[in-house]
Ligand binder design. Structure first.
Ligand code: ADP
Length: 162
């Protein structure tokens, strides 16, 4: 039986095929997944939050089971606001684990009713992060097949490579 809704939070600056893979797999467990773009004060973003939301919508072809939203502040507060209980996160390497473990534990401490589900990255995407995608594009390398086509196009425009 599918559960109703889960929140998939992150920076998504920009969305990659690694994110999409986790999102699509999440939709096999939940009727709806809310992709929640965090206003992150620590990370300097390349795309505005509005652009990131639009790129996600285009990347999922406006799938009606994918809701796209942004949030400020604590994830636990956002999860409460949208009446969700589960949060989805992707795991790549051991380096992700430490941070994710800390965040999931802290969030559970803040809200006992919330649970974080982790999905392992797929073999084709384990090396993809938004950061490396931006770096490679900036210096003229190809990210074909690693991000949706619309993202590839927008990245080239950003770095004036097209
Ligand atoms: P954050 O800024 O919170 O790390 P990201 O946008 O980088 O957010 O990623 C959101 C989530 O997607 C995180 O749980 C991250 O581990 C996961 N993720 C990112 N890239 C991949 C990938 N290639 N494979 C699996 N999970 C990924």
């Amino acid at each position: 039986m599918k559960r109703k809704v889960a929140v998939y939070p992150g920076s998504f600056d920009p969305i990659t095929n690694g994110h999409l893979d986790i999102l699509m797999r999440g939709l096999e467990l939940f009727d709806k997944v809310i992709v929640a773009v965090a206003f992150n004060i620590e990370k300097k973003a390349l795309f505005t939050v509005e652009d990131r939301l639009e790129l996600i919508q285009q990347a999922v072809n406006y799938n009606e089971n994918v809701l796209v939203d942004s949030f400020n502040g604590l994830l636990v507060d956002y999860v409460k606001k949208v009446n969700a209980r589960f949060v989805i996160r992707g795991l790549r390497a051991m380096s992700d684990f430490e941070y994710e473990f800390q965040m999931a534990s802290m969030n559970r401490n803040l809200n006992k009713g919330m649970d974080t589900l982790f999905m392992m990255t797929s073999k084709d995407y384990y090396f993809i992060s938004s950061r490396t995608i931006k770096e490679v594009t900036e210096f003229g390398g190809s990210v074909k097949g690693l991000v949706p086509e619309i993202v590839e196009k927008r990245l080239k425009e950003k770095f004036r490579l097209s």
